[in-house]
Design a protein around this ligand. Structure first.
Ligand code: ADP
Length: 260
């Protein structure tokens, strides 16, 4: 399914998320230098750019793992959080509740079974009913072809299976927004496809997501909107066919020539 055939992006509603002029420094290293990002409900936004350009820091800022030094973030047309005034815990937790992140390394608990890993968030953190959390976890595991693996421990699974459990764990939280931070870059090449396929299927189902990836073929196929970051700003953005085939900026052209 191409992005055009998907359940439509809802741009009649206020965007799910609008980040404006985000700044973030680590010590003297200014990593985000005025970054803007808008995500509509149902949209698949892909961030590309050289290592160190700030992609992970953007994702972490969107879900409250990092707090920008300045800039604003508005969620679903609500009042904007202005980071010039450091947000309190409740704001950070509110951000975290809306999104779920899939990391480069799956970060599964090694001493928990697959099922225990998946229900931990919904049951213990979100305090949902345990039977309902188990039921929902089983459905999600079946959905990614891992129904038989609920009693396995992470070390008994392949890297691709572990990452699929990582994705299910994020879905189980029922977030409004899925954040993927280079979800396939730690995998052996032969395992990349199965994980990208799951992400692509979720995109086709209408999940809203922001994906950091170096997999340009995937970005081309799955993204509605691609942002090229360099030096902590968005240098260029647009639909994938435009950005990949007719990039306007020299920096984008150079980056694409290097990795394509
Ligand atoms: P990308 O994802 O594009 O590779 P990152 O957002 O991971 O870029 O990192 C951008 C820069 O920020 C890098 O120079 C990195 O070393 C620095 N950085 C990221 N997180 C931290 C941190 N917690 N402490 C100090 N420096 C950090």
């Amino acid at each position: 399914m191409s992005p055009a055939d998907r359940p439509s992006i809802d741009d009649a509603q206020p965007p799910l998320l609008v980040a404006r002029d985000l700044h973030k420094s680590f010590g003297t290293n200014e990593v985000l230098k005025g970054l803007d990002l808008t995500v509509h409900r149902g949209e698949v936004v892909v961030l590309i750019g050289p290592s160190g350009s700030g992609k992970t820091t953007v994702l972490r800022s969107l879900n409250g793992l990092e707090t920008p030094d300045a800039g604003t973030l508005a969620i679903q047309g609500g009042p904007a959080i202005d980071f010039a005034t450091p947000p309190g815990k409740s704001t950070r937790f509110a951000l975290r509740d809306r999104s779920a992140m899939v990391f480069q390394h799956h970060n599964l608990f090694p001493h928990f079974t697959v099922l225990q890993n998946v229900i931990e968030g919904p049951w213990r953190v979100q305090r949902r009913n345990k039977d309902e959390a188990v039921d929902s976890a089983r459905k999600l595991l079946a959905r990614v072809g891992l129904a038989e693996k609920e009693d396995a421990y992470p070390h008994e699974l392949s890297g691709g299976q572990q990452q699929r459990v990582g994705i299910v764990r994020a879905l189980a939280l029922r977030p409004d927004l899925l954040l993927f931070d280079e979800p396939t870059s730690a995998l052996d090449p032969e395992l990349v496809g199965e994980v990208l396929l799951v992400i692509k299927e979720l995109a086709d189902e209408g999940w809203t997501m922001v994906v950091v990836t170096h997999e340009l073929a995937f970005a081309r196929e799955a993204a509605d909107h691609v942002l090229f970051l360099d030096g902590g700003v968005v240098v260029e953005e647009g639909p994938p066919e435009q950005l990949f085939t007719a990039p306007a900026h020299e920096r984008t052209k150079r980056f694409l020539a290097r990795i394509m």
